[in-house]
Ligand binder design. Structure first.
Ligand code: LHQ
Length: 264
């Protein structure tokens, strides 16, 4: 049996840590890797013990995007149909990340390019090392942003900046990414794993259902007018108000102690 392309570890209760494992090609995304990632996200959705997911890459890169060896092979059969691969491999993964009602922390430990950047952007927050580089990259090989990058990039940085990043094609450093709002925090490379674990630990102790509903509400907000969004808030808050964590939050407040959320 071949080695798994995604290592699943549970460094602490509540935390599922996913490491892409093709360091020799900067975790370029082949179909098996995309498939294994999708399975891991579904596992996170189904397992109540999982309260936060961390996504990172082994070695010196987060992910250099689509495996271009495979892409070259696509050209050999005449007219390539890139939509087919997007629909069968990328869309299920990006949708699963988007729909997961648990936070996903991207530990962007080196270069994230093309569809690798798309995956980083599909995470709910991103931590980067000072030497991390982000490159939209698609235009470099004559393509347009895909795997959700055209959705997330303008939402995160605004239209003008998104177009500049996509059209100029230059990689940007971590500090610039922080200034633009593409990453949430930048720390020295040697501190990245520790800081990520701390953030994950904090999220794993949070009221998971409420965070999941927050994720849903924020993502829907871009498609809704105010009245529709207020209705969505009411419907989701009804769910949050029926969780054990809401009870615990109220009790803890009354008893003047920190809440001990269980994630249900
Ligand atoms: C790679 C890759 C890679 C395979 C590095 N594939 N081997 C596209 C097409 C089809 C359908 C759907 O969607 C897409 C979306 C996309 O993702 S388009 C964008 C694809 N990605 C890129 O264009 C980035 C390509 N890589 C690079 O430009 C560089 O590798 C970067 C700038 C990321 C890093 O440069 P370096 O730090 O100098 O590393 P390197 O280039 O030496 O790479 C290390 C190894 O990884 C090397 O292998 P080798 O055997 O020579 O040591 C590369 O060939 C391999 N590698 N990216 N995407």
């Amino acid at each position: 049996m071949s080695e798994p392309l995604v290592a699943l570890t549970r460094p602490e209760p509540g935390i599922l840590w996913l490491t892409m494992q093709r360091p020799e090609v900067l975790n370029a995304l082949n179909d098996d890797l995309k498939l294994e990632l999708t399975r891991a996200i579904h596992l996170a959705a189904d397992d109540p013990q999982v309260r936060v997911v961390v996504l990172t890459g082994a070695g010196r890169g987060f992910s250099a995007g689509q495996d271009l060896t495979d892409a070259r092979a696509l050209l050999e059969g005449g007219e390539p149909d890139l939509a087919q691969n997007l629909r069968s491999c990328y869309h299920p993964l990006v949708l699963a990340m988007h729909e997961l009602e648990k936070p996903i922390v991207g530990m962007v430990n080196g270069v994230a390019a093309g569809a690798g950047l798309s995956l980083a952007l599909a995470c709910d927050l991103r931590l980067a090392a000072t030497d991390t580089k982000l490159a939209v990259g698609f235009a470099g090989i004559g393509l347009m942003p895909d795997a959700g990058a055209s959705f997330m990039l303008p939402r995160l940085v605004g239209l003008g900046r998104a177009f500049e990043l996509a059209a100029m094609g230059e990689a940007i450093g971590a500090e610039e990414a922080l200034r633009l709002g593409l990453v949430n925090r930048v720390v020295p490379a040697e501190a990245l794993a520790g800081t990520t674990l701390e953030v994950a630990r904090r999220l794993a102790a949070a009221p998971t259902r409420a965070l999941g509903l927050t994720k849903r509400a924020f993502r829907a907000a871009f498609e809704h007018d105010l009245a529709t969004q207020l209705e969505l808030e009411a419907a989701l808050q009804r769910k949050a108000g029926r969780t054990a964590d809401f009870r615990e939050g109220l009790m803890a407040f009354a008893q003047k102690r920190p809440p001990a959320f269980k994630g249900n």
